[in-house]
Design a protein around this ligand. Structure first.
Ligand code: FES
Length: 115
């Protein structure tokens, strides 16, 4: 018997390479919300796709949320930098305001939003 998932399934963990990111549209508290997920060292992190500086979407290109070194999340509009782990502001015009985390976990090889 299949194990019942506890949240919204986004994709297989294996679909995300290490240090890659992918955007999704999910429902959080019944509201359509654009989010993105990053895989790093077999951990997954997810945030709402909204920069706290000017409320813009963050990505450079579809599914591209990381800087060239793949060390941090960077906003394409004015270059605010955020940590992959935690989404905290590391520099730029975000003025100390970080990204809004979305709780995700890996369940049986699938990335699932557990909100
Ligand atoms: S909107 Fe992201 S840095 Fe300005």
């Amino acid at each position: 018997m299949a194990h019942k998932k506890k949240g919204q399934v986004l994709c297989q963990l294996s679909e995300l390479e290490d240090l890659s990111s992918k955007s999704f549209s999910v429902k959080i508290k019944r509201k359509k919300t654009d989010i993105f997920v990053i895989r790093k060292d077999d951990q997954v992190y997810a945030y709402q796709n909204v920069c706290p500086h000017a409320q813009a979407p963050l990505e450079w290109n579809p599914d591209e949320f990381l800087d060239a070194e793949k060390e941090n999340i960077i906003c394409a509009l004015h270059g605010a930098i955020f940590s992959i782990e935690g989404g905290g502001c590391l520099g730029g015009p975000c003025e100390g305001i970080g990204l809004t985390a979305v709780p995700v976990e890996v369940q049986e090889g699938e990335i699932v939003v557990i909100s």
